[in-house]
Design a protein around this ligand. Structure first.
Ligand code: GLV
Length: 303
């Protein structure tokens, strides 16, 4: 039983000692594989083309929270995404930052500052402002709890409709009612066939007029042309996006120079190396015991 590790030297420097201390076999790089039969687990952002080279491969562990870029695994190979508290907390922090920046009208204040203009406007309160979170998994639920502690009204929309502390939850068929309440819409959805392009003109039109968009899902969920039109029409007033399609966002893209939009370069979170290694060890132990794999992806559902 061995983990084949396909990632950076910096990450290897953290993972290798943790695996060695745990007594687990750790192979870094395909060139270091002497016996493909011993590879049972593989850690990577993207797997190599020829996974069938490893006949005893049981689990592929994706390096991040999202697995939309992963191919379908061969029969009998499970796909796991990394579960790490740091990812949840970092994305939550970014969402809270973005929500506050838009709620407190930073687009206007940044623009005024560039012009050396000292001018205050009415100060909105969190209380009475509704944040609508699309996607209520680990990250969405954490963001919901924090924003609700800050006195925002929080509603969530999720496929399962599972309860979330501090939030009213709308299930799949409640999308329109959910949108009608969301003064600030936060997208944390995984990218699937159902969510590709979901942030479009029709959806924006269902939000309260002048709503704001916070996007930390995946770039392909957002129609950037529709965003621009919605901003121009007053349907939306501002947006902050950490994910774009394509990434990197081209240098001459309109969004860079539009004061109503803040773009960050997919930095909401990264995976803490140690937490990633500990999660991988937990996956290996669970697969040895035939127990449920933490972070196992339902490959039909896509997340
Ligand atoms: C980053 O977006 C990730 O999927 O971890």
């Amino acid at each position: 039983m061995a983990l084949l590790f396909l990632s950076t030297p910096e990450r290897e420097a953290v993972w290798r000692p943790i695996f060695e201390a745990a007594g687990e076999r750790f192979i870094a790089g395909e060139d270091a594989v002497t016996d493909p039969d011993e590879v049972t687990h593989l850690m990577c952002w993207l797997p190599p083309q020829d996974l069938l080279r490893y006949p005893n491969l049981k689990v592929v562990i994706g390096a991040g929270a999202g697995v939309d870029h992963m191919p379908r695994m061969p029969e009998g190979v499970a796909l796991v995404r990394t579960l790490a508290p740091g990812i949840d907390e970092m994305v939550r922090d970014w969402v809270v930052m973005a929500t506050l920046m838009l709620h407190r009208d930073m687009p206007t204040y940044v623009q005024q500052a560039r012009a050396g203009q000292w001018k205050g406007h009415a100060v909105p309160r969190a209380r009475g402002t509704c944040v609508g979170i699309m996607g209520a998994g680990r990250i969405g639920a954490l963001a919901a709890r924090t924003l609700s502690d800050m006195q925002f009204d929080v509603v969530c929309w999720s496929r399962s409709g599972r309860a979330v502390a501090g939030a009213k939850v709308f299930a799949e068929n409640g999308l329109d009612d959910f949108l009608a309440q969301a003064d600030i819409l936060v997208c944390l959805l995984p990218l699937t066939d159902e969510t590709r392009g979901i942030l479009d003109a029709a959806l924006f039109a269902k939000l309260p007029r002048g709503a704001s968009l916070v996007h930390a899902g995946r770039g392909a969920q957002l129609d950037m042309d529709a965003l621009r039109q919605a901003l121009d029409d007053g349907v939306l007033s501002s947006a902050m996006v950490d994910v774009t399609d394509p990434e990197p966002l081209p240098e001459d893209h309109w969004a860079w120079n539009d004061h109503r939009v803040f773009v960050t370069p997919h930095i909401a979170a990264n995976t803490d190396h140690e937490e990633g290694a500990r999660h991988a060890l937990a996956v290996i132990r669970a697969s040895r015991e035939n127990a449920e794999l933490p972070g196992k992806v339902d490959q039909d559902r896509g997340y």
